[in-house]
Ligand binder design. Structure first.
Ligand code: FE2
Length: 586
C-alpha cells in the first residue's frame, strides 16, 4: 500500500512516500525549484517520490495533508477581526492565497495529480507528533511539539504508545515560543523562518548567564512562564497577530534600541539579546519537559516542531531532565510533517503495526554512475575517474588534508535542512585558517557563525562531551555538545566560541563511503573529524542534481567535486567559472 504525505503553503513544502509502513522516498520542494523554503505545491517532490518506485498516481491509496486549512483560516479570520481596523492591510494581502489555493487543497490535488481516491487532513500538531513518534525507535514515549503556529496550536504534549498518539494539552496562538524566537530574530535584523539558527549561533557570543546578562530580566517581561512550563506572551510587545512585522515599538523600547538593520554591525548588545532569548527558551523547555516527565512517567521523549531545531538546547535535554533517551525527526519543522501525516494514516488511522524507524536520512534523489557520466559528457566537463572505492577514499582524504575544499556528492539527497554527507562540502578542521578559507571561497557567512564537525559515531565520545550512548538525533546534526577541552586547539575550525560543536555522527550502515573517508582522514591527521557544511551557494537551497553540484563548484571557490566515482577539478573547467556572490541573497 502506497500513501503520499504533503506539506505546503506555509513554510517548507515537501512530499513523502510511504510503502507498507516504510518511508521509501521524501524530499523538499525547494531542492527542485531552487527557491529556498519554497512553500508552493510540491509537485516536483511528488513526481520524484513516484518515479523513485516506478509507480504512478493510480498506485496511491491515500493522500494525507499536514493540517486542516479551514480551522487555520478560522484562526486567521478571528485574529484579524479582533484587531480590526489595524489588521486590515495584512488581512487583505493574505486573502488571495487563501481563496486561490490554501482553502482549495482538495481541488488542487485532484487537478495537479489527476488523483481520485481519498484525501485525509490531520491537525498540524498531530502531524508533528506523528513525524517524531511513529518513526522513532521507541515503542512508548512522551511527545512534545513546539512551533510557530499550526491551526491554533503552538505547543502540545502527550504520549505515544505503539501506533497510538494521545495529545493531552495544548497552548494556542498568539502565545507561541516559536513566534517569540522569530520576533527576536526579526528584531536582531535576521530573516524570519530562515535565520533563527543564526540567532542561536550568536547566543554563544553573548552572556549566557542569567545573573549577568543585562537583557535576561528585561526579556522575561514579555513572557509569563508557569512552573509547568506553560506560558503566556504579553502581546503589547508583539504585532505579528495583525501586521506583517513582528516586534512592537514597546519591545524596541524594552530592549533599548530600534530593530537592527540587516547589513549593520552586530554589537555586543545584539549578542546579549540573543543569549537572553536562548536562556528563556531553555527555561521554558526545561520546565515543560520536567512537567511532561512527571505527568507521562515515560523514559523516552520525542520532539518536533521548528523549536526542536534548537540544537543548542537539544544537547542539554538529557542533562536538564530525567528523560533517559531522546529522539528528534531529522526535519522537525513543517517539512517533516509530510512524513508525519503519511505515517499517521497508515499506522494510526488504518491501525497497522509499526515496522519502521527513520535511521537513514538519504531519502531524496539518487543518481547512478551512468546518469552522472552522461551529464558530465553532455556538458563537456573535464573529469577523471577513481579506479575503485579505495582510491576514491585515499585521494579525497589527501585532498582534504592538503586543505582543499571538496564538494561531496554521493547517495540519495538528505531529508531535512542539514547536509549529512550526501550533498556536503568537506574540509580540514585542523587548519586554524579553514573557517576563513571556507568563508572566502564558498560560504561568505557572518563571522560569528560556526562550522560543524562530523565524526564516526564510535569516536564521538572521545572528542565530544556527548550524552552516552550518543542519541540517534546526533546523526541528524540536531545536538550541540561541548568539545573536550584538549581538542579545542586541535580542531579550531569547528570549535565555537563557547567550546561547543554542532556535530553530526555517522554510523557505517548509513553511508559507508562517507564513514570510510572520515576514518581515512583520521589516519593522515590523527583526528578522524571533518568539517561538514551544506553544499550550496549562499542564499540558495542545498544542491540536488549533479549539474547543480557542478554549477555550485564553478560559481564558488570549491576546489574539487567528488561525485560518485568521478573527480572534477575546478581549475580544469575554468571556462564555466562564474561568480555566485554577484547573485547571492540571504
Ligand atoms: Fe509547524
Amino acid at each position: 500500500m502506497y500513501i503520499i504525505g504533503i506539506s505546503c503553503y506555509y513554510h517548507d513544502a515537501s512530499a513523502a512516500l510511504l510503502k507498507d509502513g516504510i518511508i521509501v522516498a521524501a524530499a523538499q520542494e525547494e531542492r527542485f525549484t531552487r527557491k529556498k523554503h519554497d512553500t508552493g505545491f510540491p509537485i516536483n517532490s511528488i513526481r520524484y517520490c513516484l518515479s523513485s518506485q516506478n509507480i504512478t498516481i493510480k498506485d496511491i491509496e491515500y493522500i494525507g495533508f499536514y493540517e486542516k486549512p479551514f480551522i487555520k483560516f478560522e484562526r486567521v479570520l478571528f485574529q484579524h477581526l479582533e484587531m480590526f481596523p489595524l489588521s486590515l492591510k495584512t488581512f487583505l494581502s493574505s486573502i488571495p492565497s487563501w481563496i486561490n489555493e490554501k482553502l482549495r487543497v482538495v481541488r488542487v490535488i485532484r487537478k495537479k495529480l489527476g488523483y481520485r481516491k481519498d484525501i485525509l487532513f490531520i491537525e498540524h500538531h498531530m502531524a508533528h507528533a506523528a513525524s517524531s513518534f511513529l518513526i522513532s525507535p521507541f515503542e512508548k514515549a512522551a511527545i512534545l511539539t513546539t512551533d510557530g503556529v499550526g491551526e491554533w496550536t503552538t505547543t502540545t504534549y502527550g504520549i505515544g504508545k505503539k501506533n497510538k498518539i494521545h495529545l493531552m494539552k495544548e497552548i494556542k496562538f498568539p502565545n507561541s515560543l516559536g513566534l517569540l524566537y522569530s520576533t527576536i530574530t526579526a528584531y536582531l535584523g535576521f530573516s524570519v523562518n530562515n535565520s533563527e539558527y543564526k540567532v542561536m549561533g550568536l547566543s554563544a557570543h553573548g552572556t549566557m548567564d542569567r545573573k549577568s546578562n543585562p537583557y535576561y530580566e528585561k526579556l522575561k517581561k514579555v513572557i509569563d512562564i508557569k512552573e509547568d512550563g506553560s506560558y503566556r506572551l504579553n502581546m503589547d510587545y508583539f504585532v505579528y497577530h495583525y501586521k506583517d512585522r513582528m516586534p512592537s515599538q514597546k519591545l524596541c523600547e524594552l530592549l533599548n534600541g530600534q530593530i537592527r538593520k540587516s547589513e549593520s554591525d552586530v554589537e555586543q548588545r545584539h549578542k546579549d539579546i540573543a543569549a537572553a532569548l536562548q536562556l528563556i527558551l531553555e527555561d521554558v523547555m526545561t520546565k515543560m519537559l520536567n512537567y511532561i516527565y512527571k505527568i507521562t512517567k515515560q523514559e523516552n521523549i520525542v520532539l518536533s516542531g521548528g523549536v526542536a531545531l534548537n540544537s543548542v538546547y537539544n544537547g542539554k535535554i538529557l542533562k536538564n531532565t530525567k528523560f533517559k533517551k531522546v529522539w528528534i525527526h531529522p526535519d522537525p519543522g513543517d517539512g517533516g510533517t509530510s512524513i508525519g501525516v503519511a505515517s499517521y494514516i497508515y499506522h494510526t488511522i488504518l491501525g497497522k503495526k509499526r515496522n519502521f524507524v527513520l535511521s537513514n536520512p538519504y531519502l531524496g534523489p539518487k543518481f547512478s554512475e551512468e546518469e552522472i557520466k552522461k551529464i558530465l559528457d553532455k556538458n563537456k566537463i573535464k573529469y577523471s575517474d577513481f579506479k575503485d572505492e579505495k582510491e576514491l577514499i585515499k585521494k579525497t582524504a589527501k585532498l582534504i588534508y592538503d586543505n582543499n575544499v571538496i564538494g561531496w556528492f554521493q547517495e540519495g539527497m538528505e531529508w531535512g535542512p542539514r547536509a549529512l554527507g550526501a550533498r556536503s562540502i568537506l574540509s580540514n578542521p585542523c587548519n586554524p585558517k579553514m573557517q576563513e578559507i571556507l568563508n572566502l571561497k564558498v560560504k561568505h557567512r557572518e563571522k560569528f557563525r560556526p562550522f560543524a564537525p562530523v565524526v564516526c559515531e564510535e569516536d564521538a565520545l572521545k572528542y565530544f562531551d556527548c550524552d552516552n550512548p550518543v542519541p540517534e538525533a546526533t546523526d541528524f546534526m540536531l545536538m550541540v555538545y561541548p568539545i573536550k577541552k584538549k581538542y579545542h586547539k586541535k580542531i579550531p575550525a569547528v570549535t565555537h566560541v563557547d567550546g561547543s560543536g554542532r556535530l553530526q555522527t555517522i554510523r557505517k550502515f548509513q553511508n559507508q563511503l562517507y564513514y570510510n573517508l572520515i576514518k581515512e582522514f583520521g589516519k593522515l591527521s590523527g583526528i578522524p573529524i571533518l568539517i561538514n557544511t551544506s553544499f550550496n551557494i549562499r542564499g540558495e537551497p542545498i544542491i540536488c542534481s549533479p549539474y547543480d553540484a557542478y554549477k555550485c563548484m564553478m560559481g564558488t571557490g570549491i576546489d574539487y567535486l567528488v561525485m560518485n566515482k568521478f573527480l572534477i577539478k575546478r581549475e580544469d573547467n575554468l571556462r564555466d567559472a562564474w561568480d555566485s556572490e554577484k547573485y547571492a541573497h540571504d
